[in-house]
Design a protein around this ligand. Structure first.
Ligand code: HEM
Length: 116
């Protein structure tokens, strides 16, 4: 399941960037955005399965899930705001910080790859 989760993260980031740059170039991104949203679902479901397979759900797990979902919220905010021609600088900074934080928690938690 960690492999599905990691694959979903990579695909989400790829489709997010594709949608973002296609939108910037003025192309139709309906299909790309739809695929991206399917990736979100796979990401949340795989994360959810990992979450509920834990015997002892600690605070760090809850933080991991919340910030994981926050990442998805930021992806959507950036796409919608840049689609409207509004600034997204602050969102890019927030997404970078959240991404580092979420990846760090994911890796220090005991399943899958573990860098304790
Ligand atoms: C873009 C968003 C996300 C990123 C970048 C991310 C990143 C990661 C990483 C790097 C790992 C470690 C995998 C490994 O050790 O092999 C992980 C594990 C995990 N993720 Fe996510 N994740 C995201 C979204 C989510 C969401 C939405 C949820 C919950 C609904 C979630 C729940 C979990 C859980 C429970 C684990 C297992 C932790 C463990 O014990 O090792 N993640 N995530």
């Amino acid at each position: 399941m960690t492999h599905l989760h990691l694959t979903a993260i990579v695909l989400t980031i790829i489709f997010f960037l594709l949608t973002f740059f296609m939108q910037k170039a003025g192309k139709n991104t309906k299909v790309m955005h739809m695929i991206l949203r399917v990736m979100y679902i796979i990401l949340i479901v795989s994360g959810g399965i990992l979450f509920f397979s834990v015997f002892n759900i600690t605070f760090l797990y809850i933080l991991k899930a919340l910030f994981g979902i926050l990442m998805i919220a930021f992806f959507e905010m950036i796409l919608v705001r840049s689609g409207d021609g509004r600034t997204t600088t602050i969102h890019w900074i927030l997404i970078a910080v959240t991404c580092i934080f979420v990846t760090y928690i994911g890796l220090i938690l005991p399943m899958g790859f573990y860098i304790g």
